[in-house]
Design a protein around this ligand. Sequence first.
Ligand code: PLP
Length: 393
Amino acid sequence: MKKNTIAIHTPYPRKDVYGALSMPIYNCCAYEFRDHKEMEDSFCMRSDAPDYSRVTNPTVINLEHIVRNLTGAKDVIAFNSGMAAISAVFMAITAAGKRVVTSRHLFGNTYLLLTKTLRRFGVETVLADLTDLEAVRRAVDDNTACIYLETITNPQMEIADISALAEIAHKHGAALVADTTMIPFTCTDVHRLGVDIEVLSSTKYLSGGATSLGGLVIDYGTIEGFRDAVRKDILMNLGGYMTPNPAYLQTLGLETLQVRYDAQQANALEVALALDELDDVEVCYPGLPDNPYHELCERQFDGNYSAMITFKLPTEEACYKFIDSLQLVKRATNLFDNRTLAIHPYSTIYGTIPVETRLDMDVSPRLIRLSIGLEDADDIISDLKQAIEHAIS
Ligand SMILES: *Cc1c(COP(=O)(O)O)cnc(C)c1O
């Protein structure tokens, strides 16, 4: 079966007694057992029978099971947000004295997790330019737990050569961990490029119109002990497992993920081409042939470029005028909602981070980020054009 069929027709791990066509929401905390032996086996992880919903729940297991089928991963573990999934990965593979090599170009909270929260626990984060392989070679040592990257960085839209990074990581016995939120796992295969662990915010493409928060850890089984560390230590001791209602919504989202993604990406290319023709607008979208990452993106991600676009206006003031002039496009954070969203990252997502750090992370005060939705492209384009006209007139 191919991916759209797998997403819709993967049988439940256990047959539903009523034959429900969509996985019921098991909104329960605990499960009854026939006898002490069945109970012991469940608690000691010798069977897959659920015992307590902080660590396992039928509706969540079903979502994990479909994603495992789609990716061929050894295990998939669902969390209640992207950040819960990302922090679980670091809690599982790092320790005091261990090093993480990553970029200054990171999602804001991942940046703060690594440079602030985990630093308090003795994890050493080294920020290197991941597009400069010599710099990466200098940064990675035998004490490095992982190289961590985002497939397309948000909002800088930088793309690193994943196979080359895998080679460096594996030479030092380190893992290559990728945040793949920007392009869904249904249309790319980053494990083929050498990624050991994939982590993503399922709040974005997967949830199906921004219905719920979630995060997934996709474990390809190449890092010894990782699965046990997540399932037996992190999930149990820190919590953060996905709850059944979001799992239900995200399972429905998964069924339409590829069609929605293809339509949003096609819209994004149309919008990027239209903005690219305007004076005073510097567009950044890897789908544009003159983007510096165009070829790498096309090769690594099988012709996919995501549905996020950024552009720069001549001044910070023009950005505020643009945002205030939007009529159809929503002023909001989040990515890959069905509706098109616009945000000025510098003054919002990164607004509480010191200015020097913002500039060091290349979050420009002249930058606007767009997440392109499922509306008719012409309508998106005309709203953006009128707002840009207002902004630079
Ligand atoms: C949104 C996002 C996250 C965090 O996910 P949440 O579900 O909001 O916790 C992490 N990485 C990237 C690239 C994101 O866009």
